[in-house]
Design a binder for this molecule. Structure first.
Ligand SMILES: NC(=O)c1ccc[n+]([C@@H]2O[C@H](COP(=O)([O-])OP(=O)(O)OC[C@H]3O[C@@H](n4cnc5c(N)ncnc54)[C@H](OP(=O)(O)O)[C@@H]3O)[C@@H](O)[C@H]2O)c1
Length: 307
């Protein structure tokens, strides 16, 4: 038996194409999952090109599905449970993953919504937590139209912060006021008051301007760099009253935070926005939409086991 997967293929567009892998075998602390949905991230596209995932290995980080086989060591969810997972190699019909990488999906949460959560939701949740987001704080979210940005807007608003959502155009800001943004701005030039926290996903000149807007004592979480542009700081930009720039990366073993994200969705406190949805056979189309800034929120794939 074998499992079909999206693998690193340097001859394919985006260096990602379909391949066949040996059937996964779960180790003692792992569950075997039949994947029904998965979501696409910039990291998947980057990892296929930068060598982090070698040729022939499966890509993907975010998925949801059903546990086919529980872990032999007794940890994690039982067979038949609906789960969300955050682990390398998620874009496959079946995956074996550590139980520390999965959380059960509560009743009422659609598996496509659950699959839209891990990478972007964890980045938003953990970066806002690390920055001590709370009532009255002024929080700037750059790239607010995207996956991380839309979750960060909702979570910061839920925490009682004053949320400023920065987008590339007014049209890209659709839905952000309803999601909790107090201000939706195009670019960063119209922000007059300093901010306490920045969730920064664009990099380049955005990072430089966001740093300038940061108040003394403030914290900028550098989560992403979709612009691909260099950040050039003018002389003395980093000299002055203390404020901090913190680099951010999603660590694995995210079961507890995945559980929190799905619980928030079940409670209505977090709403995954799916801006592109289709069969995983349409992978190239989804990748193009993501790169072309045409996805509002997340791109989600349906796999063949989706019923
Ligand atoms: N560190 C981590 O662990 C971690 C976790 C998750 C994501 N990330 C990174 O965070 C970044 C955002 O991820 P995402 O999933 O939110 O991506 P996304 O859904 O594509 O959203 C990114 C947003 O950035 C803006 N953008 C894209 N290209 C741009 C450009 N050339 N110049 C200015 N703005 C641009 C777009 O907003 P407009 O169209 O409105 O301009 C887009 O909506 C990526 O770099 C990703 O790799 C890192």
């Amino acid at each position: 038996m074998s499992t079909r997967a999206l693998i690193v293929d340097p001859s394919a567009p985006e260096h990602i194409g379909f391949g066949t892998l040996p059937e996964p075998v779960a180790g003692p602390g792992q569950v075997l999952i039949e994947v029904s949905h998965a979501s696409l991230n910039y990291a998947d596209l980057n990892n296929a090109r930068n060598g982090r995932i070698p040729a022939g290995a499966p890509v993907g980080l975010d998925a949801a599905g059903i546990v086919l086989q529980a872990a032999a060591d007794g940890s994690g969810p039982a067979a038949g449970s609906r789960v969300v997972l955050f682990a390398d190699g998620a874009f496959a019909e079946r995956v074996a993953v550590d139980t520390s990488a999965v959380a059960e999906v509560p009743d009422g949460v659609d598996p496509a919504q659950a699959a839209a959560l891990p990478t972007a939701g964890l980045a938003a949740l953990r970066s806002l937590r690390a920055a001590h987001t709370g009532p009255g704080k002024r929080v700037l979210v750059t790239g607010a139209s995207g996956g991380v940005g839309r979750y960060a807007v909702r979570l910061a608003s839920r925490a009682g912060a004053h949320v400023i959502a920065s987008v590339g155009s007014l049209a890209r800001g659709d839905g952000l006021a309803e999601a909790g943004a107090d201000e939706v701005v195009v670019g960063l030039d119209d922000i007059r008051e300093p901010v306490d926290i920045v969730v920064e996903t664009v990099g380049g000149p955005h990072l430089v301007t966001a740093w300038r807007l940061l108040a003394p004592g403030g914290n900028l979480q550098s989560v992403g760099w979709t612009s691909g542009a260099s950040a050039v700081f003018p002389p003395y930009a980093t000299v002055g009253p203390p404020k901090t720039l913190t680099s951010y990366v999603n660590e694995f073993a995210a079961a507890d935070d995945l559980a929190e994200l799905v619980r928030l969705v079940a409670d209505g406190g977090l709403v995954p926005e799916i801006g592109w949805r289709g069969s995983w056979e349409r992978f190239a189309e989804a990748a193009d939409a993501l790169r072309s800034r045409r996805v509002a929120g997340k791109a989600v794939f349906d796999l063949p086991s989706h019923r």
